[in-house]
Design a protein around this ligand. Structure first.
Ligand code: ATR
Length: 274
């Protein structure tokens, strides 16, 4: 029987996941489809039951349901426990609903794709302390990165995150900016610069060392003001398309056993948004 998958969220019409997964199914000769489903918060529990009953094999979860869905699943992994958020559900053979989160690991894979073997020994400055930062810190730590510094507008939130990683350090934004030349990987996880709605930068990267890798998880616009400034200051910049594509690829792998072609997908999406 033809398998089907979904992404649930609200709003959902803008999601690029259906086109991405459909292209991967086709490329890999898999007879399956992937549909967007707009789900209001009050309908989440019954939607989960319906998806299972209707034979959905797995689905992605996006805003605003990433945390709210947890009680309706049977099993979640360590990434979900750390981040308190799910972005991928797999319906197991016996009907068990298994939840994981591929966002942070997707970020790590996206850097490894561009800079293989170069990430784990870097001295890392994480800018932001929300859900995205939490997932990325988990994945970087899981991969073996041990030099982590957190900075955030609200320092208390950076301290909470640091509490999970005993070796990590916390700095105020001003302190981090003054010491920015001591880091070899900057990870921008705040919403500053997204959709041109929030202009400005969460931290000025002008003082970075040349060859510092500077990653921004935002991909709309393709280059935020922060990333632009980092690039003209000599940084090797990476935008958020790779993270989006790899979080999807990890979900695809969980469902099908195949890690799909991410390089072409990143190019295609960049051209579309460019
Ligand atoms: P997400 O799940 O996408 O990480 P979030 O949990 O709301 O979203 O976290 C948003 C992050 O962006 C936080 O680090 C937030 O800083 P605060 O903890 O101080 O709120 C950061 N952020 C949002 N708007 C900001 C702004 N104008 N300047 C600096 N940081 C900002």
């Amino acid at each position: 029987m033809k398998k089907w998958y979904a992404v649930i969220g609200d709003p959902i019409a803008q999601s690029m996941s259906p086109a991405m997964h459909d292209a991967w199914f086709k490329e890999n000769g898999i007879d399956a489809s992937y549909i967007p489903v707009r789900v209001k918060s009050e309908d989440l529990e019954k939607t989960v039951a319906s998806l299972k009953q209707l034979g959905c094999s797995g689905w992605n979860v996006t805003v605003p349901h990433k945390t709210a869905i947890i009680p309706f699943l049977d099993e979640v992994d360590e990434a979900v426990k750390q981040m308190n958020a799910v972005n991928t559900v797999c319906v197991m053979e016996d009907g068990t609903l298994y939840g994981t989160n591929t966002d942070g690991r997707g970020f790590y894979r996206s850097l490894e794709e561009v800079y293989p073997g170069e990430v784990i020994n870097r001295s890392i400055l994480m800018i932001g302390a929300g859900g995205a930062a939490s997932g990325i810190a988990f994945a970087l730590h899981e991969a073996g990165c041990r030099s982590l510094t957190f900075t955030n507008r609200t320092v208390e939130k950076a301290e909470q995150l640091q509490g999970k990683y005993p070796d990590a350090t916390v700095l105020s934004i001003e302190e981090a900016e003054a010491m920015v030349n001591q880091y070899s990987l900057l990870v921008q996880t705040t919403s500053v610069g997204m959709n041109y709605a929030q202009s400005g930068m969460p931290l000025n990267p002008t003082g970075i060392h040349k060859d510092t890798i500077v990653a921004d998880i935002i991909y709309n616009p393709l280059e935020t003001e922060f990333l632009h400034q980092a690039r003209i200051s000599g940084g090797r910049t990476v935008n958020g398309i790779g993270m989006f594509v790899h979080q999807g690829a990890l979900a695809f792998e969980l469902w099908t056993g195949i890690y799909p072609d991410t390089t072409t997908m990143i190019q295609t999406i960049s051209e579309k948004l460019g």
